[in-house]
Design a protein around this ligand. Structure first.
Ligand code: KMH
Ligand code: ZN
Length: 288
C-alpha cells in the first residue's frame, strides 16, 4: 500500500511546567527538594535548559517550611526573572493551612501567572479549602493585576465550577483559559485515562489543558495527556518516586523524562515565547 505524502496535521508542541517544590514534602524527608532561593534558581536554570517553559513556585522559609511571605515572593520572582526566561507562576494554593488573605496577597508579587484552584477537595488527611466566594475574588483580582491564571482542577465537578465562573465573571486576563488537571490526589479524581478523557470532555470551549499525575499516576497521566493533545506538568511537588523503589534524584531527572516522552510522542517542548503567546502572558516591562 502506498502511503503517499502525509495528510496528518503537525502535532502541536508541548507546554511543559516544572513544579519543583510544593508545600507537602519536608526537606528532612526529601533532601533533594529545592527549598532555598539558590536551590530554586539553579533548578529553574536547568529546567529552562532541558525544555520547561513555566515554573510553578512554592517557597519555603529559613526553616524550609512553606511560607507565603510577600517579601520572599517578590525576591523569588525577581531572582527567577534575572536568571531565567521562564514564565513565573506563583502558587496561590500554598499549603492547606494557609489563610485566604495570604493566598490573595501572593498576587502583589506581580508574577506572570498564578494558580487558581476551582474547588474544595480532600487532600490526603487534610482539606484543601476553596470556597466559591474566594474563587471569584481570586479570579477577579488576577484579572485586575494582569496575572494569567492556571485553573487547577482536582476533581471533575471543579470543571463545572470553572464554567460557572467564566459564565458569571468573564474570561481571565489574556482571554485564554488554561487548565491544569491535578490527578491522583487522595481525595480527588484518579490518575487514569478514563478520568482524563472525562475531564477533557468538560473543558470550556477553546481551553488548553495540562495534566499531572501525583505519585505513581505520573506516567499514565503523562501518556494520556500527550495522546489527548494536552500539555504536561512534572516535578517533585507531585512525584517523589522515579520508579518502584527508586527515589527521584532531582527535578531535572523528572523533567528530562517528560521531555523525552513528549519528543517520542512527536510533541516536542514548546518554546517560552510560544508559551507566553498561548497563555496570553503580558510582555515584561522593558527597563528604560
Ligand atoms: N499545596 C496544595 C494544598 C496550588 O499550588 O495552587 C495546593 C496546591 C495548589 O499546591
Ligand atoms: Zn502547587
Amino acid at each position: 500500500m502506498s502511503t503517499g505524502p502525509s495528510t496528518q496535521p503537525t502535532q502541536p508542541a508541548t507546554l511543559i511546567t516544572l513544579a519543583p517544590t510544593g508545600a507537602e514534602s519536608s526537606k528532612a524527608d526529601v533532601p533533594a527538594l529545592p527549598v532555598t532561593l539558590d536551590e530554586l534558581v539553579s533548578t529553574a536554570r536547568e529546567a529552562e535548559a532541558v525544555g520547561a517553559a513555566v515554573i510553578h513556585v512554592h517557597i519555603r522559609d529559613d526553616d524550609a517550611r512553606p511560607t507565603l511571605d510577600l517579601g520572599r515572593l517578590i525576591d523569588t520572582v525577581a531572582a527567577l526573572r534575572e536568571n531565567t526566561s521562564l514564565i513565573v507562576q506563583l502558587s496561590t494554593g500554598g499549603a492547606v493551612t494557609d489563610p485566604e488573605v495570604d493566598r490573595l496577597r501572593v498576587l502583589d508579587a506581580a508574577p506572570d501567572a498564578a494558580s487558581c484552584s476551582m474547588g474544595t477537595v480532600n487532600f490526603g488527611r487534610d482539606v484543601f479549602l476553596n470556597r466559591w466566594d474566594f474563587i471569584v475574588e481570586l479570579h477577579n483580582r488576577m484579572r485586575d493585576a494582569q496575572v494569567v491564571p492556571e485553573y487547577e482542577i482536582f476533581d471533575l465537578g471543579q470543571l463545572a465550577t470553572l464554567q460557572r465562573l467564566l459564565d458569571t465573571h468573564g474570561l481571565p486576563f489574556g482571554e485564554h483559559v488554561h487548565v491544569d488537571l491535578v490527578m491522583g490526589v487522595p481525595g480527588g479524581m484518579p490518575g487514569t485515562t478514563p478520568a482524563l478523557v472525562a475531564a477533557v470532555g468538560m473543558l470550556p470551549e477553546g481551553a488548553s489543558f495540562a495534566a499531572t499525575g501525583v505519585g505513581r499516576t505520573s506516567i499514565p497521566v503523562m501518556l494520556a495527556a500527550l495522546s489527548a493533545g494536552g500539555h504536561l506538568r512534572v516535578g517533585m511537588e507531585d512525584t517523589l518516586t522515579y520508579a518502584a523503589g527508586e527515589p527521584v534524584r532531582d527535578n531535572t531527572q523528572l523533567l528530562a523524562r517528560a521531555v523525552g516522552i513528549a519528543k517520542i510522542a512527536q510533541r516536542p517542548p514548546m518554546s517560552i515565547p510560544d508559551a507566553r503567546e498561548l497563555l496570553g502572558i503580558r510582555p515584561l516591562a522593558v527597563a528604560a
